[in-house]
Design a protein around this ligand. Structure first.
Ligand code: GDP
Length: 359
């Protein structure tokens, strides 16, 4: 499955956040004997729609979609020592499908900042510079080859020019993801460039920042078009110690949050990976299934079982809101809210689906 790699400077709260993620891990919680990679946290994508569906269909359980975060250890240590990034570190980031950068915003005189002061923009630049330098190395090598090819094969010309544009962007100190309107990222795919991956920023903040909407907007603006999540990693780990809902609410309120930051992080992670869900429900379970944004009905069916994709006939689809308004599948059908969709149908978020297929 797709993963987000967690990176950041030392002492920004990565381990604290990752520990919270692994304690929220649905795999270790549900499958105690499964082999679990110690550096992967598989967290549920919160979806209140599942409880509602389970109510309507009298489902025995709910099964949420999940998001996987990988702790990429040993990180930008080299950056601060001027040593650059280690090969193992780079290989780990290359394997991740998106980059989740943790940025320290919290103020705490007891926690040393590697650069001696809390400065989110400078930290973002430090990390991005390392990633950009790694990409430039890859790209410089590729450009030599692409230029040679473009000289003899005309059809290789656009690929070469696209790579040249990418180099200009990196030379100007920008990530390819942030400049995606200026370059064809798909055309660079085979180079596995680090800064072409989708980015997500987690601002590890304390109460004064979490409750300051203007400050949050300012930080979010720094990282556009990436998603920004604001949370207090320490509070997140404390939340998991509590089993009383009232206590959870009180702690969240004390930092001005309406929901755990891990929920927002799971949603942002899912979105950053380019994923969406559709829903199925029956007596056994109400379930969210993960598909790439833009997936068609047969592709969506294939996530349940490959036979479903091959034998796809049609999908019976109702939007979650219409279903809830009608109160039952039968009522939604008689209200004309249930559509029959064919193989070209592009799935919408919140579709509740029943597939018809041949086996
Ligand atoms: P890492 O080096 O990025 O993995 O950082 P750690 O997770 O080990 O955190 C470094 C220190 O900062 C630890 O002492 C944490 O308890 C503390 N810390 C982490 N997150 C927060 C936070 O949100 N607020 C405060 N005040 N301290 C934090």
């Amino acid at each position: 499955s797709l993963t987000l790699g967690i990176v950041g400077l030392p002492n920004v709260g990565k381990s604290t956040l990752f520990n919270a993620l692994t304690r929220n891990d649905v795999l270790s919680a549900n499958y105690p004997f499964a082999t679990i990679e110690p550096n992967v946290g598989v967290v549920p994508l919160p979806d209140p729609r599942l409880d509602k569906l389970a109510e309507i269909f009298e489902s025995a359980k709910t099964v949420p979609a999940t998001v996987s975060f990988v702790d990429i250890a040993g990180i930008v240590k080299g950056a601060s020592e001027g040593a650059g990034l280690g090969n193992k570190f780079l290989a780990n980031i290359r394997e991740a499908n998106a980059i989740c950068q943790v940025i320290r915003v919290f103020d705490d005189p007891d926690v040393t900042h590697v650069e001696g002061r809390v400065d989110p923009l400078s930290d973002i630049e430090t990390i991005n510079t390392e990633l950009i330098l790694a990409d430039l190395q890859t790209l410089d090598k590729a450009l030599v080859r692409l230029e040679k090819e473009a000289r003899t094969k005309k059809e290789k010309r656009p690929e070469f020019e696209n790579a040249q544009r990418a180099k200009e962007i990196l030379d100007s100190g920008r990530t390819l993801f942030s400049a995606q309107s200026e370059v064809d990222l798909d055309g660079l795919r085979e180079l596995s460039l680090l800064t072409a991956k989708p980015f997500l920023y987690v601002f590890n903040a304390d109460e004064p920042v979490l409750t300051d909407e203007a400050r949050r907007a300012e930080l979010a603006k720094l990282v556009e078009p990436a998603d920004a999540v604001f949370l207090d990693a320490k509070v997140e780990s404390e939340l998991l110690e509590l089993d009383d809902e009232e206590a959870v609410r009180e702690l969240l309120e004390s930092v001005g949050q309406e929901e755990p930051g891990l929920h927002a992080l799971a949603r942002a992670g899912f979105h950053t990976l380019g994923l969406q869900t559709y829903l199925t429900a029956g007596p056994k379970e109400a379930r969210a299934w993960t598909i790439p944004q833009g997936a068609t009905a047969p592709q969506a069916a294939g996530v349940i079982h490959t036979d479903f994709e091959r034998g796809f006939i049609k999908a019976e689809v109702v939007s979650f809101d219409d279903l809830v308004e009608a109160g039952s599948m039968a009522a939604a059908r008689s209200a004309g809210k249930v559509r029959m969709e064919g193989k070209d149908y592009v799935m919408a978020d919140g579709d509740v689906v029943e597939f018809r297929f041949n086996v």
